[in-house]
Design a protein around this ligand. Structure first.
Ligand code: AMP
Ligand code: ZN
Length: 460
């Protein structure tokens, strides 16, 4: 086993990853299925996917669970707007999510539990917390008593003093919302009493009719499938507080065992310096990417091209650059013979630096840079070509890159380059030229639409 190193948000260190059990247990916070997932969400799932691939290659034997949040304020609100039952509504978006994951070549998790199918497990966990005094009932809802958990705030670095001040200031206040910011630390909700707005979405519980809060599902389901201590837990950076902080509190308060050994958080995908999110309405879905003439493979490459701990700014130009880089890899891979062995090489001879970059805190940009550096200078000869094919194939698997050409999605190079010239003319306020090019493109059958981060090209 090679040495895999990852930045652990809990220890604030680059930790060497070790396996202690038969499997290396992994839990990823999955989608809230009230809308089509946007490409920001997919940045997180793609980084997680590369991580799983490396764990597999390195012999960690990962056992992966990724949940589906199919009941919360947003799913209830939007299912009512759509005049559908909660399950019909969430089924639609769960299916779309699965379709998008497979288009992006994201490996399926071993276990994919839904919140609504684990209500009894969540009730049981909440009852344990009430019984041991870390949770209490108030007006039919149940809250976690943050003061009862000494280590609260360790993951997201809320200092004890800051926490104490906030708790004193917020004494008597409780958070019924699932999402809130660091300035409003207070007792958070585990079970929400039924409200008229919930319509028919409710379950019986020892505290009356209601539904679980959002945070408890991940603790209950990860415990059920992966045990009290998970090896690795990951999600987007926004989940660090309060979601993951609350997961730790409620899990450890119930089991008195460490909840997670390694915490991994992925920085956000941005558009013009702002987080891409459903609520801000500045998002692209996979459909928008395909309408712009780009393949899911190009998007995968683009979203993986920045280091996962740095925010990544998405633009159509960056997608176009990713598409070009991918084409170069495609051209290279076409020169290689079919791989004889699908095993990871025992001793790397040509592309070892690229692979090593992945083991060193998942440095995908360095890995890609090293691949290009190497392939630009090696000549493919009969005595090395098979070794290179095996090494390149292993990297291709690790990054999940599918390098078959997709002619049907391709926009001709001359059209792409005209569209780019038009965009640059527009940025330089040369509207005469940009309008002329737009008309020329339209007469050739291509429509250009400008958007927040660039432009899209679609067929007329
Ligand atoms: P949600 O469906 O909102 O619960 O989010 C699903 C996953 O996507 C979580 O791990 C989030 O942290 C992550 N996520 C949400 N927005 C972004 C973004 N702009 N960039 C990267 N990851 C994100
Ligand atoms: Zn979660």
């Amino acid at each position: 086993m090679n040495k895999l190193i990852l930045y652990n948000t809990l220890t604030k260190n680059l930790d060497q990853i070790t396996r202690v059990g038969e499997h290396f247990t992994v839990y990823f916070c999955g989608p809230t299925v009230y809308n089509r997932a946007h490409i920001g969400n997919f940045r997180t799932y793609l980084v997680e996917d590369v991580l799983v691939r490396i764990l597999k290659l390195e012999g960690y034997k990962p056992l992966v669970a990724r949940n589906i949040t199919d009941v919360d304020d947003k799913t209830i609100r939007d299912s009512q707007k759509a005049e559908l039952s909660l399950s019909k509504f969430t089924e639609r978006y769960t299916k779309l999510f699965h379709d998008d994951c497979s288009a992006l070549n994201i490996l399926s998790p071993d276990i994919e539990p839904c919140a609504t199918e684990h209500i009894a497990d969540q009730i049981k966990l909440i009852q344990t917390l009430i019984d041991n005094g870390t949770a209490y009932v108030s007006d039919g809802s149940v809250y976690f008593r943050v003061r009862a958990f000494q280590q609260y705030g360790q993951l997201s670095n809320i200092s004890n003093r800051e926490l104490q001040t906030q708790l004193v200031d917020s004494a008597g206040k409780r958070n019924l919302a699932d999402e809130y910011d660091r300035d409003s630390v207070s007792d958070f909700v585990l079970w929400k009493a039924r409200k008229p707005e919930d319509g028919e979405v409710f379950w019986d519980s020892p505290w009356g009719e209601g539904r679980p809060g959002w945070h408890i599902e991940c603790s209950a389901m990860s415990m059920k499938y992966l045990g009290h201590t998970i090896d690795l837990h990951a999600g987007g950076m926004d989940l660090c507080f309060p979601h993951h902080e609350n997961e730790i509190a409620q899990s450890e308060a119930a089991t008195h065992e460490p909840f997670v050994r390694y915490w991994v958080h992925i920085a956000h995908l941005m558009v013009n310096g702002t987080k891409m999110s459903k609520s801000l309405g500045n998002m692209y879905s996979l459909e928008d990417i395909s309408d712009a003439g780009f393949s899911p493979e190009a998007l995968r490459y683009c979203l993986l091209s920045g280091h996962y701990r740095q925010p990544l700014n998405f633009t159509m130009n960056s997608l176009s650059a990713a598409n070009n880089a991918l084409k170069k890899l495609q051209t290279f891979s076409e020169k290689l013979p079919e791989r004889k062995s699908h095993e990871k090489p025992e001793h790397w001879q040509f592309l070892g630096d690229a692979y090593q970059a992945l083991l060193n805190d998942l440095n995908i940009p360095l890995c890609l840079g090293n691949i290009f550096k190497t392939i630009s200078k090696i000549s493919l000869k009969s005595d090395n070509i098979e070794i290179i094919a095996q090494e390149f194939g292993t990297l291709q698997y690790a990054l999940g890159l599918q390098l078959k050409q997709r002619a049907e999605l391709d926009i001709p190079d001359n059209i792409r380059s005209l569209a780019q010239t038009r965009w640059e003319a527009k940025l330089q306020k040369n509207y005469k030229l940009s309008d002329e090019i737009r008309l020329k493109l339209e007469s050739d059958g291509w429509i250009i639409k400008d958007s927040a981060s660039g432009y899209t090209i679609t067929k007329r």
